[in-house]
Design a protein around this ligand. Structure first.
Ligand code: URA
Length: 210
C-alpha cells in the first residue's frame, strides 16, 4: 500500500454507508450495517498481507497452497466507537490479537488524554490495524498511533468509515508512514468538530446513547 489515503469505493460499501448516514436509520440497523461494512473494509485493509505457501494434499494430489505468512494481525480499537468497526473484522479474522486505547479530549488544552491502554505483545511482528469509525480532527487517531508505535508496531494501517480533510492532513503530518483506509472523504469539520455531512456521533448511533 503506497498511497497515504485509500477510499474504498466499492458499490456495496457506498450503498451501506448512505444507509448509515440517514438520520432515520435505527440503532439496530446502524449496528448491522457497520458490521457488514467492516467486513468489506477488512477485505481491503488486509489486501497486502504477506503470503507464503504450505504443502497440502487435496483429494487429487499434493500442492503448494497460499496461506498468510507469519504472526499475522493485531487490531487496536480506539474506544468506544472503534469497537463497532472491530467486531466485524474479528468475525473475518478471529485469530487476530486485540488491543484497546481509550482517549478523551481535555476541554482546556483540547489535547487527547489517555485513560486506557492495553495492547498485545509482539506488535513488531504483526500488521497492526488501528480502527475508529470517524477520522475527524485526527488528534486522537494520531495519539493512538503514537501509543502503538511506542509498543513496537512498525507496519500500521488506520481504518475508518468517514474521514474529514483536516483529519487526513493531521495524520499525514504526524504519521506519513501509516496508510489511511476509509469509505469516504467528507467535506469538512463543523465548529463542534463533527464531520459534515457525516453521520453524527458514531458511538451514540451504534450504542443508542445521546
Ligand atoms: N466523532 C463522531 O462520532 N462523529 C463525528 O462527526 C466526529 C467525531
Amino acid at each position: 500500500m503506497t498511497e497515504h489515503l485509500t477510499i474504498v469505493d466499492h458499490p456495496l460499501v457506498q450503498h451501506k454507508l448512505t444507509l448509515m448516514r440517514e438520520v432515520e436509520t435505527s440503532t439496530n440497523s446502524f449496528r448491522r450495517l457497520l458490521r457488514e461494512i467492516s467486513l468489506l473494509l477488512a477485505y481491503e485493509v488486509t489486501r497486502e498481507m504477506g503470503m507464503t505457501t504450505k504443502r497440502i494434499t487435496t483429494p487429487l494430489c499434493e500442492m503448494d497452497a497460499p496461506v498468510i505468512e507469519g504472526k499475522k494481525l493485531a487490531l487496536v480499537s480506539i474506544l468506544r466507537a472503534g469497537n463497532g468497526l472491530m467486531d466485524g473484522i474479528l468475525e473475518l479474522i478471529p485469530a487476530a490479537r486485540v488491543g484497546f486505547v481509550g482517549l478523551y479530549r481535555d476541554e482546556e488544552t483540547l489535547k487527547p488524554v489517555q485513560y486506557y491502554n492495553k495492547l498485545p505483545d509482539n506488535l513488531g511482528d504483526r500488521l497492526t490495524i488501528v480502527v475508529d469509525p470517524m477520522l475527524a480532527t485526527g488528534n486522537s487517531s494520531a495519539a493512538a498511533i503514537d501509543l502503538v508505535k511506542e509498543a513496537g508496531a512498525t507496519n500500521i494501517r488506520f481504518l475508518c468509515l468517514l474521514a474529514a480533510p483536516e483529519g487526513v492532513a493531521r495524520m499525514k503530518e504526524a504519521h506519513p508512514d501509516v496508510p489511511v483506509i476509509t469509505a469516504a472523504l467528507d467535506e469538512k469539520l463543523n465548529e463542534k468538530g463533527y464531520i459534515v455531512p457525516g453521520l453524527g456521533d458514531a458511538g451514540d448511533r451504534m450504542f443508542g446513547t445521546k
